[in-house]
Design a binder for this molecule. Structure first.
Ligand code: WQD
Length: 332
């Protein structure tokens, strides 16, 4: 079975390509390298000792995408490609709506033209906004607090309308919580350019002495130690969730949303202390003001993904912290 992976050179995309190849799937990557590097393709091939087809194409380009579907017999698609920085989306909303919506609409049109109707979509827990209670189940009210999250919610709605218009489609909407860590090989991982927005890439840069100190955004939340609580999931577990989703869309029709988290919440201080312990490294930090838009706590109910996809996260926080650091020291 041949799977086209848009954004396959990215953090979650590359880890998913590894799991697809090791699961016996053929993989075609489409990536415009706007937020990733081409050498990730070689690393995926090194890890798996398998060949990958790669096309440097923007998913918004109907003509180029159509040519790929003409050339490759695609059976299913996993759609990661899209801008994903919450803060940037607030300052550049139209760039986010244009890119994230156009790429998805173009992809759906090309898939329809070639009668490819099995799709796994990279959504986000951000569609839940600030939940009333915890853990979060997939039937919770959906509302967003930033344009990035709104593009994810809009695309979920577009895909639901698509399914209503044509029941031949089979679509899984995967709502990620906080993906961190890296493949054990240390060959692929998360290493954003510039100053990271997210916690783990920032911690790693401080540990690696690329940044002087971590700022912890607030310790006055109503949580176990006052700092923000999130559901951190190892990126390899997350990738394996996509394999289960591909199996699901390959056998059934329909559209459904699934939380991909661990069901456990860890505070910022717990992450920092675990990271320092397992890597035997110092991460200087200071407590500063809350970050606007942050919520106190968020973690998933994973019952539905467990029951329907037969998937459950297995890797613990220690491994997430160890693997995240291992990637960076391996790629100095
Ligand atoms: C985690 C915790 C911060 C940085 C975002 C997106 C979400 C998803 C994952 C795409 C919070 C604290 C962080 C720092 C800190 N991305 N923090 N100092 O905000 O939960 O989720 O990334 O789908 O859509 O919203 O992740 O890693 O930014 O923050 O104290 O330098 O770490 O306050 O409590 P977040 P994060």
């Amino acid at each position: 079975m041949k799977v086209l992976v848009t954004g396959g050179c990215g953090f979650i995309g590359s880890h998913t390509c590894v799991e697809l190849l090791e699961g016996g799937y053929e993989v075609v990557i489409v990536d415009n390298l706007s937020n990733s590097k081409k050498d990730v393709v070689n690393k995926i091939e090194t890890i798996t000792n398998k060949k990958v087809k790669f096309y440097e194409v923007n998913v918004c380009d109907f003509k180029e995408l159509d040519k790929i579907f003409e050339t490759e017999q695609i059976d299913a698609v996993i759609h990661f490609a899209g801008y994903k920085a919450v803060g940037e989306s607030v300052s550049k909303p139209i760039m986010y709506y244009r890119n994230n919506l156009d790429s998805t609409l173009t992809l759906i049109e090309v898939m329809s033209k070639h009668n490819v109707k099995r799709l796994v979509f990279s959504s986000s827990a951000t569609v839940y906004g600030d939940p009333e209670k915890l853990p979060i189940t997939e039937d919770f009210p959906l509302h967003t607090t930033n344009p990035y999250g709104t593009t994810k919610l809009m695309i979920e709605m577009i895909l639901r309308d698509l399914y209503k218009s044509d029941n031949e489609w089979s679509i899984a909407l995967l709502r990620y919580f906080n993906p961190i860590g890296a493949h054990k090989s240390g060959l692929i991982g998360e290493n954003p350019n510039g100053i990271p927005n997210n916690l783990m890439p920032y911690i790693v840069k401080v540990a690696n002495k690329e940044l002087p100190q971590l700022s912890i955004f607030g310790n006055d939340y109503v949580t176990k130690d006052g700092t923000g609580v999130r559901d951190y999931i190892h990126v390899v577990d997350l990738a394996k969730g996509h394999i289960k989703a591909i199996e699901k869309v390959s056998k059934d029709r329909g559209i459904d949303a699934y939380n991909l988290g661990t069901g456990k919440g860890y505070s910022v201080l717990e992450i920092v202390n675990t990271f320092m312990k397992v890597n035997n490294v110092d991460v200087p930090y200071k407590i500063v003001e809350r970050r606007p838009g942050d919520i106190a706590a968020c973690y998933a109910s994973t019952e539905k993904a467990n029951k329907i996809l037969g998937w459950k996260a297995e890797l613990e926080i220690d491994e997430m912290c160890k693997d995240a650091y291992n990637y960076v020291i391996n790629n100095k």
